[in-house]
Design a protein around this ligand. Structure first.
Ligand SMILES: Cc1cc2nc3c(=O)[nH]c(=O)nc-3n(C[C@H](O)[C@H](O)[C@H](O)COP(=O)(O)OP(=O)(O)OC[C@H]3O[C@@H](n4cnc5c(N)ncnc54)[C@H](O)[C@@H]3O)c2cc1C
Length: 342
């Protein structure tokens, strides 16, 4: 029986651990180590919208592959009647772009109900928002709320024999007894893997009571001042947001005012919405998601295979299932587990 340590119990760590236990449970014992659990991870702060967002230089091919697998996974749960238990809401999404070089992203082909917005429609939104839009599209997406699905998946993981331990891992040397390590530490990979290419992209959001909202709106622009999004969740709506390269986790009142001002232009009725929470999370951004294996020499001289799965920026939930599947395959490969051994 191989012993695998997964570090991290956010959206990325938990989906990866579950995939490993599901796929290789007959020949592997999977233990999650984490110093934070739901509701205290970065994943819990996210609105959980399925939409590849803030992904720097990742190839369109990888983004499509990882995100489309997650989309199909969420759609299946929704079709099987698991939506409420798993924290899923179907979301019609309107994406509006003020980018100079607008082109429709390739990932929309993974979704259902995709449609480019007509010139007339763009014109109406431009007048409403006071900003000229260069393009836009609609599609059907989902929100998959981590504050609901993390506890839900944790139960599933424990039920099929997974082990969860609350512990801070200061160094990989602490995990010598394991045959392989899966590193899903998000922003903390900066320290644990000495990887300074992982940087925080500060996201401030407002949660408000607005049960009449049924559509998600995402406005993208070169100017942060002009960007905004509105994402209904099951019990509140999320208004965002910021995208600043910063470690600051305190709420800025000027950011809140700007977010409310922009959302109000788009949806004047939000003046009625009661504000429930203002919160900041740090997205674990990296030029490219790190999803690869390396052989790491511990202080004792033992060589341990380490698979890294971190740096998902503003799309950790959107990419989670696709990346978890690739990470599990890499673990199988480094341990030379073939299907005949399963
Ligand atoms: C405001 C905001 C809105 C967002 N909206 C969306 C959205 O709508 N859709 C979307 O797809 N994404 C969204 N994101 C991005 C998403 O939240 C992240 O990409 C995702 O949370 C990353 O998940 P993760 O599991 O890698 O990291 P985390 O959730 O941060 O989890 C990291 C885990 O690693 C553990 N850990 C780290 N270091 C150690 C250590 N040394 N020892 C032990 N444990 C350790 C932590 O305890 C934790 O359990 C948003 C982010 C923000 C901030």
């Amino acid at each position: 029986m191989s012993k695998i340590a997964v570090i991290g119990c956010g959206a990325v760590g938990l989906t990866s651990a579950l995939e490993l236990q599901n796929k290789f449970g007959s020949c592997m014992r999977v233990t999650i180590f984490a110093d934070k659990f739901s509701p205290n991870t970065t994943s819990d702060i996210a609105a959980g919208l399925w939409e590849p967002y803030l992904l720097a230089d990742n190839s369109e091919f990888d983004v499509f592959r990882w995100s489309s697998r997650t989309y199909r996974f969420i759609l299946k749960l929704w079709q099987e009647g698991e939506a409420k238990a798993a924290g899923i809401c179907l979301q019609p999404v309107v994406n509006l772009s003020a980018l100079k070089n607008y082109s429709c992203p390739k990932w929309v082909a993974a979704t259902i109900g995709y449609n480019e917005l007509s010139d007339g429609c763009l014109q109406s939104f431009s007048e409403l928002y006071g900003q000229s839009f260069t393009g836009g599209f609609m599609f059907i997406s989902f929100t998959w709320e981590a504050a609901v699905f993390l506890p839900y998946l944790q139960q599933k993981f424990l039920k099929i024999g997974g082990i969860i331990k609350e512990r801070h891992i200061g160094s990989l040397n602490e995990l010598e007894e394991f045959d392989a390590i899966l590193n899903c530490t998000g922003l903390e990979a900066r320290r644990l893997s000495n990887d300074e290419t992982v940087v925080p992209i500060r996201g401030q959001i407002i949660r408000a009571e607005a049960p009449w909202l049924y559509f998600t709106y995402v406005i993208q622009s070169e100017l942060e001042d002009q960007t905004c999004y509105v994402i209904p969740n099951a019990k509140s709506a999320v208004f965002g947001g910021t995208q600043q390269k910063s470690f600051r986790t305190t709420v800025s009142s000027s950011d809140s005012q700007r977010i409310l001002r922009n959302v109000h232009k788009l949806l004047p009725q939000i003046a009625q919405a009661r504000i429930l929470q203002e919160i900041v999370g740090l997205r674990p951004s990296r030029p490219k998601v790190r999803l690869e294996a390396e052989f790491f020499k511990l202080a004792t001289g033992k060589i341990v295979p380490v698979v890294h799965n971190y740096g998902h920026g503003g799309a950790g939930i959107t990419l989670s299932i696709g990346c978890a599947q690739d990470a599990a395959l890499l673990i199988g490969k480094v341990l030379k587990i073939t299907s005949s051994k399963l």
